[in-house]
Design a protein around this ligand. Structure first.
Ligand code: ZN
Length: 170
């Protein structure tokens, strides 16, 4: 495994629609392993392939339960993900992004979603997510369509100092 460079704005790859994955071979396996390591080292709770300069529809997410800190974070790898259901209920939350260092913003997202896609071996999977986990998935899926959180809100501000940790950075 290797840590890859995370690209930041205004890299063109971040504004492009990523391609569907059709080959689940070694190259994809290396990409996914590298994305997991890169996300952990950053550290972040999610990473989309365009953020490591690969325009493919792949995301990794690692996040624990909102309420219970004793539950270890769970790792999700999703290839060709699609949101199949969104709740009517929405919630505003403060998001950051590893590709927009030093800035956060208030973004409205669906409170609950269902995502379907494939795992790293190409088998179908479906995930139901609520709260922050649902937010992370929506943020990462946006990356696959070239959409950044700053495209979804006008309420963006600069963090004071690098040590600030007001929200999960993904
Ligand atoms: Zn992001």
């Amino acid at each position: 495994m290797a840590i890859r460079d995370i690209v930041s704005i205004p890299a063109p790859v971040l504004k492009k629609k990523a391609r569907k994955v059709t080959d689940f071979g070694t190259e994809l396996q290396h990409l996914i392993d590298d994305m997991i390591e890169t996300m952990r080292v950053a550290p972040g709770v999610g990473l989309a392939a365009p953020q490591v300069d690969v325009p493919l529809r792949v995301i990794v997410v690692e996040y624990g339960d909102d309420e219970d800190e004793n539950v270890p974070p769970k790792l999700y790898t999703l290839v060709n993900p699609e949101i199949t259901r969104v709740s009517d209920e929405v919630e505003v939350g403060t998001e950051g992004c590893l590709s927009i260092p030093g800035f956060v913003g208030d973004v409205e997202r669906a409170l609950a979603i269902t995502v379907k896609g494939q795992n790293r071996r190409g088998q179908p999977i479906r995930i139901k997510a609520n709260g922050w986990l649902a937010r992370i998935f929506q943020h990462e899926l946006d990356h696959l369509d070239g959409v950044l959180f700053t495209d979804r809100t006008d309420k963006v501000w600069k963090l004071e100092g690098e040590a600030s940790q007001v929200s999960p950075a993904d």
